[in-house]
Design a protein around this ligand. Sequence first.
Ligand code: SAM
Length: 359
Amino acid sequence: MTAGILSPAASPTPAVFDGRAGVADRLGRPVRDLRISVTDRCNFRCTYCMPKEVFGRDFAFLPRSEVLTFEEIERTARLFVELGVEKLRITGGEPLVRRDVPGLIAMLAKLRTPDGRPVDLTLTTNGSALRALARPLREAGLGRVTVSLDSLDDETFRAMNGAEYPVARVLDGIDAAREAGFGPVKVNMVVKRGVNDTSILPMARWARSEGLILRFIEYMDVGHSNGWRLDEVVPAAQVVATIDAEMPLVLDPPNYRGEVANRWRYRDGDGEIGVIASVTQPFCGNCTRARLSADGKLYTCLFAVDGHDLREPLRGGASDDELRALIARVWTARGDRYSELRSAATTTLPKIEMFAIGG
Ligand code: SAM
């Protein structure tokens, strides 16, 4: 590692944040998580993410030549780890529609932090390919898996995923993940008012009885295709109140600074839920996440308008030192806090789609 990159000049206040080494941005936030989108394609057409009216048969997804190779992804991830990243999340699009993701996992599982620790390696999926791939992913070194499921009600779920995909097959994917040794599996549920808010309690009861960690995500104004409206957001506080009325909850302290979900434990025994309140309780001040799109752009915010191209230097012969310095420059210049500044005006700004940079 180039000493200068982690010098006080490049990284003014990271120790104040979490006491660990790493390059920090203008607001003192170190880069700790890298979300890697391995494809912009998906076999679902979730209404809030990739609605089929917009992303139909004719939609031009990235040509293969523009998508980073596994070698390019591994190299980029390694440089991020050298700059302080400790957690890698593989996402998309649907990451498991890309061929041989276990091969990529095996490459990433070899990475070590500067003080010799393995990285926390996770993957977010719609679950549709887990029956086939959970075991190879586990054997390749994947640590954890998060499965997205918005309802247990088949009709509601089929309508939300836009692909008539049945609940039963996602449940089978979750079973496959558990059989392969992933546990506890996390489940992401995006809550949209009038669409699946009646699924909150059934999902909570089910997740608790199955030993799954359910995380409720406020419907966000990512991208510009989903026609987002504030009145369709069910505030996290309302989700918590709904569950608390039947199964009393107590707030747990965060595991670490920068944790996205507020975690609530059931008062009378085992189990927890998480709520991700990026609309009603923005957490920009603790945001340590960078995002790498499938075509090699670095985004410093989920709500960014544009990213910084890493593919061109990656393919143009840049050295590791040059690339690391470029990434460090982008991160140290970062001042994003979109969610804290969100307003009627900002929601109409052009923004990158979530499937392009990963959730
Ligand atoms: N295909 C994978 C999956 O289904 O989990 C990974 C990519 S997906 C974009 C990652 C997560 O983002 C999913 O849990 C999805 O529900 C969530 N997501 C997508 N659009 C969203 C939105 N507008 N608001 C909140 N969460 C969203």
